[in-house]
Design a protein around this ligand. Structure first.
Ligand code: SF4
Length: 557
């Protein structure tokens, strides 16, 4: 097939905080270097993004540590940066099923006083405007379908085709994806990026341990009156997660909106664990129920978060390639924060690119300076302190808290210098070994609990995520062997995809022809959280980008 070829110098895949910070910073660095007569000359920078509009696929808490933004754009407050509120009131609570206990003090990593509460959707749109003002080319509705290589060197990206039907045949509207050739490709695709996964396997960029993930499920509510006139931030532990690592947040946003969400660790044992259901249980806690009384659901979203930390970070560079942001696990799981690390990692990637372009050498040997810059920066200092944090909870909640206490006084070491763990999905146990009830009974009894006022089923929530995909296109969730779903997985794990997917994409339906059940994939519901790519116990599900522009529309989230 004839494909248009677009040569650029630097291609950034993913217009989130890391990608846009990289583009913006690089443009500034090049300008300054060229003005001083020491620059690489004209450099073409292009950012591609799979969403229909900037920010539409960005989801987060989020209370932002402004440290990196201060470095990127010291005058950000004067540039109409979209602050929802500034944190003035905060608290940490331990929840039982009906009660709550406030911790007498807020541990330093969770102190947010003075930080801006933001909608990451608005933040990304704003960052995009700053880039566009610098004439940086940003192409939306343009997913990176696959990387292109010359031997082991990454030479760019082939973008996704548009206008294929369900069977993969060309419709009248067909437009082939382009080949974007770049001297450096920067992957800032966000969590569990499909190109990052491909490059990590092909170029052996694996970290010391596999990445470990949690799933955040979030709703934005509009209340009859504001939660508080001050920026209020609550974090909770305990109910309804029991021994599973995780917790919740409640953040007051502009006007009467409130952001509320629950993070469930995906390294769980019980295959019936359902992060969306956990979140609905959380809202039934008397304190939260009272908080939301009279309000209405405004938005919904879900996103996996890479929480493995320092030891799970992949190798950050290869020939012609750099990784930044969530794609490379720049996230502090103890502080529940990643935006500042994403921005800073994007900036350091920009500095490594400038260095390499000036030398006219974008090989791994030259780009490795990026790793040196990360190691010398406050990123390393911050992430080294929490290098064993998430893994500590593998021994359960109480054991985890004890270890975290020890880590706190030993600069992150704790009882063991390095805690390494396995693939997230490897923790899941078989139904029989846990003596669980019949899966159908569990699903049916949970469905009865949703009242559609306070608690919602997955389909009602997906509606609020404004998720849309072109219906007549190839399914973007590739299941290598659906026979496993109807037989082995049904028997051994009770089809956990029906539980872990927060968007009701996977459904086991009656198989009229053969009897029993078969897998039905409702791909158009997919909110791009990537949980299935991580959690399928047989590793037969692969998430690939759908046609450009498809997916959630996370306005205000
Ligand atoms: Fe998330 Fe996969 Fe469900 Fe899409 S299909 S919403 S990526 S779990």
């Amino acid at each position: 097939m004839e494909r248009e070829t677009l040569p650029v110098d630097v291609l950034i895949v993913g217009a989130g905080p890391a990608g846009l910070a990289c583009a913006y910073h690089l443009k500034q660095l090049i300008k300054r270097a060229n003005e001083s007569g020491n620059g690489p000359g004209e450099v073409e920078i292009m950012v591609i993004e799979k969403a229909r509009e900037l920010g539409a696929h960005n989801l987060s808490g989020a209370v932002m540590d402004p440290r990196a933004l201060n470095e990127l754009m010291p005058d950000w407050r004067e540039r109409e940066f979209p602050v929802e509120r500034t944190v003035e009131d905060e608290g940490i609570y331990y929840l039982t099923e009906t009660g709550k206990f406030k911790t007498p003090w807020t541990p330093p990593p969770l102190r947010n006083h003075g930080f801006p509460i933001v909608s990451i959707n608005r933040l990304v749109r704003w960052l995009g405007e700053q880039c566009e003002a610098e004439e940086i080319l940003i192409a939306t509705e343009t997913p990176g379908q696959q990387l292109t290589y010359a031997g082991s060197r990454v030479t760019g990206v082939q973008t996704g085709d548009k206008g294929l039907n369900k069977s993969g045949e060309q419709k009248n509207s067909f437009e082939p994806g382009a080949l974007i050739e770049a001297r450096v490709t920067v992957l800032t695709e966000g969590t569990r990026g499909s190109l990052t996964k491909e490059a990590t396997d092909k170029l052996n960029l694996h970290g010391e341990m596999p990445q470990t993930y949690v799933l955040g499920v979030k709703e934005v509510w509009e209340l009859p009156k504001s939660l508080s006139t001050r920026g209020t931030v609550y974090h909770t532990l305990g109910y309804p997660l029991g021994d599973i690592f995780g917790g919740s947040w409640v953040y007051s946003m502009r006007d009467n909106f409130v952001s509320i969400g629950l993070v469930t660790d995906l390294a769980y044992k019980n295959p019936y664990t359902d992060p969306h259901y956990n979140f609905q249980k959380f809202k039934q806690h008397p304190w939260i129920k009272e908080m939301l009384r009279g309000g209405k659901l405004h938005g919904y979203g879900a996103k996996t978060i890479p929480e493995g930390g320092w030891f799970s970070m992949p190798k950050l560079y290869a020939d012609g390639l750099l990784l930044a942001g969530d794609s490379a696990a720049f996230l502090n799981s103890q502080r529940l924060k990643g935006i500042h690390l994403a921005i800073k990692s994007g900036m350091l990637a920009a500095e490594a690119i400038l260095y390499s372009l000036k030398k006219d050498d974008t090989s791994a040997q030259s780009l490795r300076i990026y790793k040196d810059l990360v190691d010398a920066s406050w990123i390393r200092e911050e992430l080294w302190q929490v290098r064993n944090f998430h893994q500590a909870f593998e021994s359960g909640f109480v054991g985890g808290m004890l270890q975290v206490g020890a880590q706190f006084v030993t600069g992150g070491r704790g009882f063991t210098s390095k805690i390494l763990t396995g693939e997230t999905s490897s923790h899941m146990r078989q139904v029989k070994s846990l003596g669980l009830k019949n899966r159908d009974e569990v699903l049916a009894s949970r469905a009865k609990e949703f009242d559609r006022e306070l608690t919602f089923d997955k389909l009602s929530d997906v509606y609020k995520s404004k998720t849309l995909h072109e219906e007549d296109q190839p399914v973007h969730l590739h299941v290598a062997d659906t026979e496993i779903c109807r037989t082995k997985c049904r028997d051994e794990f009770g089809n956990p995809c029906e539980f872990f997917c927060p968007a009701n994409v996977y459904e086991m339906v009656a198989d009229e022809e053969r009897g029993g059940v078969k897998l039905q994939i409702n791909a158009s519901n997919c909110v791009h959280c990537k949980t299935c790519d991580i959690m399928d116990p047989y590793r037969i599900i692969t998430w690939v980008p759908p046609e450009g522009g498809g997916g959630p529309e996370y306005t205000d989230l």
